[in-house]
Design a binder for this molecule. Structure first.
Ligand code: SF4
Ligand code: SF4
Length: 159
């Protein structure tokens, strides 16, 4: 008798738990707004991939040469050696001749961004970089040489 009761109990449990699960599925399907998107084909009108990530997302590195003082701190601190900065002095003016970032080697640790004293280096929200060879993830942020920004002295002046 006990065996039959257990058997019937199990059937009842299976039916009620399936009904509960289906109820949740139906609620999300019919009433709740969609929380996933079909990426990348159906982002929605005017929505870009960058809009989908959080404010503090660490995507590819961005570089603003006009505030870079060419201190090379970012290059020194990078544990995977993916930043290469080139400088040259011409008539007492320092130029940045090269600022390359190998995003294929970057682990997005943020040390370079933290270390940069002028916020010339920052994370963007860009993350789409699928390509057929690693060279496609090596970015050159400086074309023609650009004069390095002046360093601020401790007394507030510029070097
Ligand atoms: S985020 Fe980290 S790994 Fe990437 S370039 Fe900066 S220091 Fe290097
Ligand atoms: S990006 Fe920042 S840390 Fe790197 S060389 Fe320029 S100022 Fe220095």
């Amino acid at each position: 008798m006990n065996a039959i009761r257990n058997y019937m109990d199990n059937i009842l449990k299976a039916v009620t738990s399936t009904a509960k699960g289906m109820g949740i599925t139906l609620r999300y399907w019919a009433l709740e707004p969609s929380i996933t998107v079909e990426y990348p084909d159906r982002l929605g009108k005017g929505v870009t991939a960058e809009d989908l990530v959080s404010e503090r997302f660490r995507g590819f590195l961005g570089f603003e040469p006009s505030v870079c003082i060419a201190c090379l701190q970012c290059q020194r601190v990078c544990p995977t050696d993916c930043i290469k900065v080139g400088t040259e002095k011409r008539d007492e003016v320092r130029f940045i001749t090269r600022f390359d970032v190998n995003q294929a080697k970057c682990m997005h640790c943020g040390l370079c961004v933290e270390e940069c004293p002028t916020e010339a280096l920052f994370f963007t929200k860009r993350y789409e970089g699928a390509c057929f060879d690693m060279e496609g993830l090596c970015f050159s942020h400086v074309g023609e040489p650009v004069p390095a920004a002046k360093r601020k002295r401790e007394d507030g002046g510029q070097e």
